[in-house]
Design a protein. Structure first.
Length: 426
């Protein structure tokens, strides 16, 4: 899309648009919609975190890379999430050890710290301006949750990571000015950033290394073979390798769609709060997730807005936000948006191959910032001959979800109703 059109598009955004999407600090020229036929080593489909990371890694390794994104690049998904960079998975390291052996759990957990370090290193190496801010608190809403936090500190300690710290009820106000929280876990390596500005920085580096980016180019069909043929409405790519990056909707690939339940999760951004209120509610500027049955997460933007989300579709976010922070009653909401989050049944990501030369990774269960970036790296490693680490993930068994989309919707509604019953916040 030409730069003038991108500028107009930004100006036209209304408040139902992600705050991140309307605050990019750079514009990127792409090649627009693909027309005609083109050959490459690697065709990356999807410009989510997985896709941008794969495009970057493959380009750095000297492969010829084509990235195809269905939407306009600025409207692709990297600007619509909570932006928290958190180690680990939805299951705690000790439960993972029971399921995947202690050595397997250790490797999987260490890989998430490597994913985090990878992002930090790219930001530093390419001087990507994306407001990276370290420090994250997992806040306990109920006294019973405190032991799960101390167990988590112990479990990570047993893996050799002794940097997590317990925050007592007395010390919580130094991090969060909410009477609802009774304790917490501080992760000095946890962080948050402007996800779209990070993604654009990574993509620009990939582009400089030769990656060709086509947006507004949905892929309709993939034909397997020694050379994979990727068809779009007005063109085709012949690739030695194909990477399906994240939640890719291409008809006729049930192996992928049967493993995930997508659910549209909401977020909001307030008007700038001003330094006094912003500094009062989050004095250290840390990101926060909490132990509520319907998890809340929030952080401050660089211009002092509260960015707030909860893991439940169609929920009243403003009511939840003011239940935690009564001072914010009456604060105007500047942006609201939602976007699908993909869940697997075992709450672990789903990696694998559709054929020797077609890789996929998706189903990050709300932790795709680190896992997607890591997946891109591991796929590039696997293609260039070192598949061991990719195969640690690919070896995780996933059950298929029976039935079609309507069954998944019912399952999700049932699960959310259960969580709502347990949710005592409101
Ligand atoms: C509200 C919200 C808050 C979140 N907060 C956090 C958080 O704080 N921390 C965290 O780690 N994670 C968070 N997540 C999850 C995280 O955002 C996702 O896991 C991550 O974005 C997934 O990245 P991905 O690489 O799988 O890409 P996806 O998000 O799955 O994107 C896939 C891309 O492929 C494109 N595409 C799809 N089909 C085609 C096709 N046929 N042809 C071409 N392109 C196609 C899509 O347009 C899209 O751009 C959040 C998610 C949501 C919705």
């Amino acid at each position: 899309m030409p730069l003038e059109a991108q500028t107009e598009q930004i100006a036209d955004q209304n408040y139902r648009t992600s705050w991140y999407t309307v605050t990019p600090n750079r514009l990127m020229a792409t090649l627009g919609a693909l027309g005609g036929e083109i050959n490459c080593d690697v065709c990356v489909i999807g410009a989510g975190f997985t896709g941008i990371s794969a495009a970057y890694e493959f380009s750095q390794k000297g492969y010829s890379v084509i990235l195809l994104e269905a939407k306009n690049l600025l409207d692709s998904v990297t600007g619509k999430n909570g932006s928290h960079l958190l180690r680990g998975y939805q299951i705690s390291p000790d439960n993972m050890a029971k399921k995947y052996t202690p050595a397997g759990a250790r490797m999987l957990c260490n890989l998430t710290l490597e994913g985090l370090a990878l992002i930090v290193e790219r930001i530093a190496r390419h001087d990507i301006k994306c407001d990276l801010k370290f420090g994250h608190v997992t806040a306990a809403l109920y006294r019973e949750d405190v032991s799960s936090l101390t167990d988590r500190i112990k479990a990570w300690g047993q893996l050799g990571h002794t940097d997590l710290q317990y925050i007592s009820a007395k010390d919580i106000p130094a991090y969060i000015d909410s009477k609802k929280y009774v304790g917490g876990l501080y992760d000095p390596k946890g962080a948050h950033f402007h996800p779209l500005n990070y993604a654009l920085g990574v993509l620009q580096t990939a582009q400089a290394a030769g990656c060709k980016i086509y947006d507004e180019t949905p892929v309709h069909e993939i034909t397997q073979g020694a050379t994979v043929r990727v068809r779009t409405q007005t063109g085709a790519v012949n690739a030695k390798f194909v990477v399906l990056s994240g939640h890719i909707r291409i008809p006729g690939i049930p192996k992928l769609s049967k493993k995930i339940i997508p659910a549209a999760m909401p977020m909001l951004a307030t008007q700038p709060l001003g330094t006094k209120i912003a500094g009062k509610i989050l004095p250290k500027g840390t990101g926060v997730t909490d132990t509520c049955s319907i998890m809340n997460y929030f952080n401050l933007s660089h211009d002092g807005r509260l960015l707030f989300g909860s893991v439940c579709p169609n929920i009243d976010l403003q009511k939840r936000m003011t239940a935690l922070f009564p001072d914010l009653k009456g604060i105007a909401i500047a942006h609201r948006w939602d976007n699908p989050m993909d869940f697997t049944l075992n709450r672990m990501p789903h990696f694998g191959r559709l054929a020797d030369n077609i890789f996929y990774a998706h189903g990050y269960c709300g932790q795709g910032v680190i896992l997607g970036n890591l997946a891109g790296k591991l796929m590039a490693e696997a293609v260039s001959g070192t598949a061991e680490r990719f195969d640690v993930f690919a070896g995780i068994r996933h059950l298929s979800i029976p039935g079609g989309d309507s069954f998944k919707k019912r399952m999700l509604a049932f699960g959310m109703a259960w969580h709502r019953l347990q949710d005592s916040l409101l």
